[in-house]
Design a protein around this ligand. Structure first.
Ligand SMILES: C[S@@+](CC[C@H](N)C(=O)[O-])C[C@H]1O[C@@H](n2cnc3c(N)ncnc32)[C@H](O)[C@@H]1O
Length: 329
């Protein structure tokens, strides 16, 4: 899928004339840039290459995260230096391993990388393959929880955070509602960085990829089949609609890492990065980043209720309506 995604988004200097006001260039008051992170962390990245090679080989899931994305996430984490990393969607653990590597570099304490997923892939497939590659205390920062994001107690977790980094890689509009309605309101007032995976930038896509090419209309929320092209956003995953809606309402700039890497690195810097990092450098990225710190409050958020509560709410409304009907009102 990554290869397909990368092929579709292959570099092209052609700019697509679709503009969405929320897709902005970084403003000076926002202290994070994907390109600056990669550049400033390049030597630590170069040192980390053997470890990243070993992690990737053990995890053996190149579809979900490519080498250059390993590097970009590693650099972003070192650069932002969070006190808490909240990973939504672990699967076999590519991003989990990157964040663990960065958490070790940053000497983050036990439990400071909280990873949520319903699947047991990490324990069953990945851990047995990672254990021979890294020392046991390397895992200490990680709390790899098999929990439903929709039902997780973010109030308690985020109540203790001071500088969280959110990695959003679980798909679907239900999770999106939880991120936008339950997670973001809890971190809006503190320094934070949110990274959303699986979103490319139409400005750097092969113009041919804009054609439907026989595809039917996008109607799904998972990542199979037709892609959505919304302004500069280009994705297979439905939550891209939710983030664009949210960003529009809050006048929140959505930064594409692709745009950052292509516009903020000089040709000389790109050459240096390519020779230092090899396959760990690309100007492709396929992720977005944003922070409500860039927009003065008040912010607006969708209402969020965990599934049971939402059901109870609907049940109560049906009960009230039925009662009225029976009473003839
Ligand atoms: C694209 S994969 C994550 C890939 C991973 N970040 C990586 O780098 O390889 C998405 C994951 O989100 C998880 N997921 C989706 N909805 C979820 C939910 N409601 N609660 C917990 N996990 C969920 C799925 O089980 C799946 O493993």
């Amino acid at each position: 899928m990554q290869a397909r995604r990368a092929a579709k988004a292959r570099a092209s200097p052609t700019s697509v004339k679709l503009v969405v006001s929320v897709m902005a260039t970084p403003s000076p008051e926002f202290g994070f840039s994907a390109a600056a992170a990669l550049w400033r962390q390049r030597h630590r990245l170069a040192e980390a290459r053997p470890r990243l090679d070993a992690l990737r080989a053990a995890i053996d899931d190149p579809v979900n995260l490519s080498p250059f994305q390993y590097a970009q996430l590693y650099a972003a984490t070192l650069e932002f230096a969070p006190d808490l990393i909240l990973e939504l969607g672990r699967h076999r653990g590519n991003s989990t391993a990157v964040f663990l590597a960065a958490a070790n570099q940053l000497a983050m304490p036990p439990g400071s990388l909280v990873s949520l997923d319903l699947s047991s892939n990490w324990e069953q497939l990945t851990l047995p393959r990672l254990r021979p590659v890294v020392p046991e205390d390397w895992f200490a920062p990680l709390a790899a929880l098999r929990r439903d994001i929709l039902r997780y107690d973010f109030a308690t977790l985020l109540g203790q955070a001071r500088r969280p980094l959110l990695f959003w890689d679980a798909h679907g509009l239900e999770v999106a509602e939880c991120v936008l309605g339950s997670i973001l309101p809890r971190i809006a007032a503190m320094p934070h960085l949110a990274i959303m995976h699986d979103v490319s930038d139409t400005r750097y896509a092969d113009p041919a990829s804009l054609a439907y090419g026989g595809d039917r209309l996008w109607k799904r929320t998972d990542h199979t089949g037709p892609r959505l092209k919304l302004g500069h956003l280009d994705s297979e995953v439905g939550q891209v609609i939710a983030i664009l809606d949210f960003a529009t309402r809050n006048r929140l700039p959505l930064h594409s890492a692709d745009h950052s890497l292509r516009t903020e690195l000089s040709a000389g810097s790109q050459e240096e990065l390519a020779s230092l990092l090899g396959e760990y450098f690309s100007t492709e990225a396929h992720w977005l980043y944003f922070s409500l710190n860039q927009v003065p409050p008040p912010h607006t958020f969708p209402r969020y209720e965990p599934p049971e509560q939402a059901l109870n709410h609907t049940g109560r409304r049906i009960g009230t309506a039925l009662g009225r009907l029976l009473r003839g009102r």
